[in-house]
Ligand binder design. Structure first.
Ligand code: GLY
Length: 379
């Protein structure tokens, strides 16, 4: 296996050309009016967050303007307490948190601290986990209380807690993030390196009481975006805390992910679904690649090559098959999927299969910037 340095040198031209294509496209897209969006959605910040990444790299003021517009519209959600749930890291940390770190804007800082406080308030003492949702019926999911549920996606929300602790100089937020991450190692991570999407816990011990398939095909399946949330999420917990157990967990899930997609490097929506029909999810690949690059950077040059190799393979496969770098269209990375369709339960036409989803664009851009050597991590 080639080491990281050799792989980066070998792919240098492709990486640079791909970033040029991203900037060429997005600098046009960002000038066009943006379609209305629901500020309460967990995806509401990704457009602005992509603009923040591009502004940090290029200093093109159009990106900054667009990011700030996105951020301001989301204040409606920040002051709608009952609509807030655990996804505030996705919503604010990579937008307001990242903007604060780049521009020093005090309003952005306060938005991020408020979001972190709301996440910390979801922590269940005793069980040592962060409650995910307020009410799952709004999602058309099981009509049962979700009081003691966690979902693996929450691993991506923990960096806002680590950042808040560092910012205010009090580790109370960080302790909550680490307690949740430790519980996720115990209850979400399976022995084979895959992870459950949803877990219901015993409120006092935190033990898993029952697991759910969530956006995957069935209970016990392996939803690829959930695997990606775990890879990058555990890697981020490692980056913020330097605790080796989080890097080990990230490596375990990455090893499993690589084994499941190394035929064509295009992740299916669920790694335990039948081979036909083929349903891809590019968002899983782009996020997993970000995590793999961070794992590679955290390891010694030679060991890291395994993860760098996989990340580049995934990104190249996605760009070739699903990349649209034409500045005339808005969508960049196609082939994203919201969930696995299940006949009679989640019809294909309502499952959001093979569409443009904004976080594929975000994680693809983030991954290419990492390969270019950017030291700015929005998480
Ligand atoms: N966080 C929800 C999803 O990944 O679809």
């Amino acid at each position: 296996m080639k080491n990281c340095k050799e792989l980066l040198a070998e792919n240098k031209d492709w990486i640079e050309e791909t970033f040029e294509k991203i900037d060429n496209k997005m600098s046009e897209v960002t000038k066009r009016p943006r379609a209305p969006f629901r500020p309460q959605s967990w995806t509401a910040g990704f457009w602005g967050a992509t603009n923040v990444l591009l502004y940090e790299k290029t200093k093109n003021e159009d990106y900054l303007k667009s990011a700030k517009e996105n951020e301001e519209k989301m204040d409606e959600a920040l002051f709608d307490f009952e609509s807030l749930y655990h996804d505030v890291g996705f919503m604010w940390h990579i937008l307001s948190g990242a903007l604060y770190r780049i521009t020093g804007d005090e309003k952005s800082k306060n938005r991020n601290l408020l979001a972190a406080s709301s996440l910390a308030s979801r922590f269940v003492l005793g069980g040592n986990f962060i409650r995910a949702w307020n009410d799952a019926s709004s999602k058309g999911w099981p009509q049962r209380p979700v009081t003691n549920w966690t979902i693996i996606d929450c691993m991506m929300n923990l960096p806002i807690l680590y950042w808040a602790s560092e910012h205010i100089g009090d580790d109370r937020f960080k302790r909550i993030g680490m307690a949740h991450a430790d519980n996720a190692i115990r209850t979400h991570l399976r022995a084979d390196g895959s992870v459950h999407h949803c877990v219901e816990h015993d409120r006092e011990t935190g033990d898993a009481v029952e697991t759910f398939g969530g956006q995957g095909i069935a209970v016990g399946s392996s939803w690829s975006r959930g695997q990606a949330w775990a890879i990058y999420g555990f890697a981020l917990s490692y980056l913020h805390t330097k605790e080796a157990r989080y890097l080990d967990a990230a490596k375990q899930v990455a090893n499993y992910f690589i084994a499941c997609c190394c035929d064509d490097w295009l992740p299916r929506i669920d790694f335990r679904a039948p081979s036909e029909p083929v349903y891809y999810d590019t968002s899983a690949g782009c996020c997993a690649a970000c995590g793999m690059i961070e794992i590679a950077k955290a390891l010694a040059e030679d060991e890291g090559g395994v993860y760098m190799h996989a990340a580049i393979k995934i990104l190249r496969a996605i760009a070739e098959r699903f990349g649209d770098f034409d500045p005339a269209t808005d969508a960049m990375i196609l082939g994203g999927s919201v969930r696995y369709p299940v006949p009679g339960k989640y019809p294909l036409e309502q499952s959001g299969v093979h569409q443009h989803i904004i976080y594929s664009d975000f994680f693809f851009t983030e991954a290419i910037l990492k390969l270019l050597g950017s030291e700015f991590n929005p998480w």
